[in-house]
Write a protein that binds this ligand. Structure first.
Ligand code: NAP
Length: 300
């Protein structure tokens, strides 16, 4: 099969769409013939070497953490899914013709392959952070960075829980924030005052998606530091805010089921831009720019 891969660290030009060994489903896993897989910032953080801790590259690196596709191999101890089923979910090395998923949900027939792939990492992350913040009906939530992948999904999932959502974006994405159900504010200097003015009352919880606003400013908006969760500022842990990177906090099967229902009901709508796998470098360049509306998705 073919897969995106890299053997040295660098920019998107280090990525090749080349031959790789077929993966196989181990116990508890399934394999899919990939119909779409999304681009996440962690992909370019990996091939740029930013996550290597200064160590030199060794071997071949593969990319991708989610996919939508048709099941063609079912591992031991897996029930409720069969070869030929359409699914979407989370895995590793999913930027490939075949990929192994460790968590999945049935793809609603009305949901496009690219949209399903785009909803996996973003949906699981959003479910996790909204659960950690205990977001409920009547809350007012500030989402810093609401127009990108995680942000646009988290806004809609918080609205689906009955919360009022204030979200930040650049000038060009203010209308998009309104479209997904948020009260828009501009990010950058003065954002705290703009959020206070938009909230017309107390802010119940803050989600830091991008990690660019000083954490003290975000804490000043919340009732207490533990009502701030960040997925991008890994230096913020000693301030009392909750830093989550997955693993221990994840409930992926339940999260995907919940996200799938919202997708099927049109209560979660994702804006996607697709690129063929052999033009992935173009998608990675856009992702690296840090100014996105919705999701970038790769297709065979
Ligand atoms: N810890 C975890 O479990 C976890 C899970 C998933 C993702 N992440 C991380 O979370 C981050 C976001 O991921 P993503 O997929 O949502 O990224 P993305 O799709 O690339 O979104 C980036 C968004 O950030 C906004 N932005 C840029 N500068 C900003 C600023 N100064 N203040 C507020 N917003 C700003 C942009 O808005 P404009 O376009 O309007 O400028 C853009 O919409 C990445 O660092 C990713 O690695 C962590």
């Amino acid at each position: 099969m073919r897969a995106l891969q890299f053997t040295r660290y660098g920019g998107p030009d280090v990525i090749e769409w080349g031959e790789a060994e077929d993966p196989h489903a181990r116990p508890g896993q399934i394999r899919v013939a990939v119909r779409a897989a999304s681009v996440n910032p962690i992909d370019w953080k990996r091939f740029s070497g930013a996550m290597a801790g200064g160590k030199p590259m060794s071997g071949t690196g593969y990319l991708g953490y989610d996919a939508a596709g048709v099941v063609d191999e079912v591992g031991e101890n897996v029930t409720g899914v069969s070869a030929g089923d359409d699914v979407w979910g989370l895995g590793q090395n999913t930027h490939a013709e075949y990929a192994v998923l460790s968590s999945w949900a049935a793809k609603p027939p009305s949901v496009d392959w690219a949209v399903a792939a785009a909803a996996a990492v973003t949906g699981e992350t959003s479910e996790r952070v909204l659960r950690l913040l205990d977001v409920a009906s009547g809350d007012t939530v500030f989402i810093d960075g609401g127009a990108g992948g995680v942000g646009s999904v988290a806004v809609q999932m918080a609205v689906a829980r009955g919360a009022t959502v204030i979200a930040s974006a650049g000038e060009s994405n203010q209308d998009y924030l309104r479209e997904v159900g948020a009260v828009p504010v501009l990010y950058g200097k003065g954002v705290v005052d703009r959020v206070r003015a938009a909230a017309r009352g107390a802010v119940s919880a803050v989600l830091d998606v991008v990690g660019k606003t000083p954490v003290e400013d975000l804490i000043s908006l919340a009732p207490q530091p533990s009502k701030v969760v960040t997925i991008a500022n890994f230096a913020a842990g000693d301030t009392g805010v909750r830093v989550t990177s997955g693993a221990a906090d994840m409930q992926p099967m339940a999260a995907l089921a919940q996200v799938g229902e919202l997708l099927a009901d049109n209560r979660l709508v994702l804006k996607v831009q697709t690129f063929p796998f052999d033009r992935a470098d173009e998608a990675f360049r856009i992702s690296q720019s840090g100014h996105l509306r919705g999701k970038l998705v790769l297709v065979p």
